[in-house]
Design a protein around this ligand. Structure first.
Ligand SMILES: Nc1ncnc2c1ncn2[C@@H]1O[C@H](COP(=O)(O)OP(=O)(O)O)[C@@H](O)[C@H]1O
Ligand SMILES: Cc1cn([C@H]2C[C@H](O)[C@@H](COP(=O)(O)O)O2)c(=O)[nH]c1=O
Length: 216
């Protein structure tokens, strides 16, 4: 039975790597996939992993009907055995419905990969729709870690090195960026709530005592 599967996790937990692995294993068995992505860091029409692998993909534009795209591909004699979608959080809810239709009406597996929540801990609309419609939601096994050693569950955005909770929902970017750039860091919920990034924790640990200790 074909499925719509949502592989979700924080940033930097290996989603794109898994997408590439699924594609590789299937193509090794002669299957042909169609890969969609939106706003990958490597540029338009690319699906890239931090492990250095990159492949060409179809850039899923804002107004693209993904179901119609696959039907068109098939009706022109193309072959599509399954569909991979990376950065699925950026898709519009309607486009997630189109993915469900690919599964139900064209009987193809659709593997979607994305982060669930943004830097404010709010669901991306595309991820919300995936949670509503997916046959299965898979959490990645290789867990990203907070600086404290706990499992990272949330994504923080930093501007000039400081964690922020206001701003546009979508700002393409990466972890481990220089402090002067907009960047991201994965944190456990406790430290996300306290806005305590690795840099803030280190600054706190290094700061001298505010009050002098006076012997009584
Ligand atoms: N130099 C490295 N050596 C081994 N693993 C790495 C290295 N760099 C990145 N990774 C792995 O790649 C993961 C990020 O993979 P990626 O597919 O880009 O993540 P995502 O798509 O979820 O943001 C990291 O969590 C880590 O496990
Ligand atoms: C938290 C958050 C992330 N983004 C962007 C930053 C990256 O370009 C992608 C996530 O990519 P990854 O492969 O999962 O690392 O999403 C954003 O636009 N807004 C956010 O709040």
């Amino acid at each position: 039975m074909p499925e719509l599967v949502f592989f979700s996790g924080t940033m930097d937990c290996g989603k794109s790597t898994l997408a590439l692995q699924i594609g590789h294993n299937r193509s090794a068995r002669g299957l042909q996939g169609l890969i969609f992505t939106r706003d990958d860091r490597a540029g338009e029409g690319k699906l890239s992993s931090r492990l250095g692998l990159v492949t060409d993909a179809v850039e899923a534009g804002v107004d693209m009907d993904l179901y119609a795209y696959v039907v068109d591909e098939l009706s022109r004699g193309g072959r599509v055995d399954y569909v991979i979608v990376d950065e699925a959080q950026f898709l519009a809810p309607d486009q997630i419905d189109q993915l469900a239709r690919i599964v139900d009406d064209l009987e193809l597996d659709v593997f979607a990969f994305g982060i669930t929540t943004d830097f404010r801990t709010k669901l991306f609309p595309g991820s919300q729709r995936l949670i509503e419609l997916a046959d299965r939601i898979e959490t990645l096994q290789v867990e990203a870690m907070c600086w404290c050693g706990a499992r990272a569950t949330h994504n923080a955005r930093t501007v000039a090195g400081e964690m922020v909770v206001d701003g546009a929902q979508v700002v393409v970017g990466d972890v481990n960026r220089p402090a002067e750039e907009v960047g991201y860091e994965v944190l456990c919920r406790r430290h996300h709530r306290r806005r305590m990034t690795a840099a803030a924790a280190q600054a706190g640990a290094l700061s001298p005592d505010v009050l002098p200790v006076v012997a009584g």
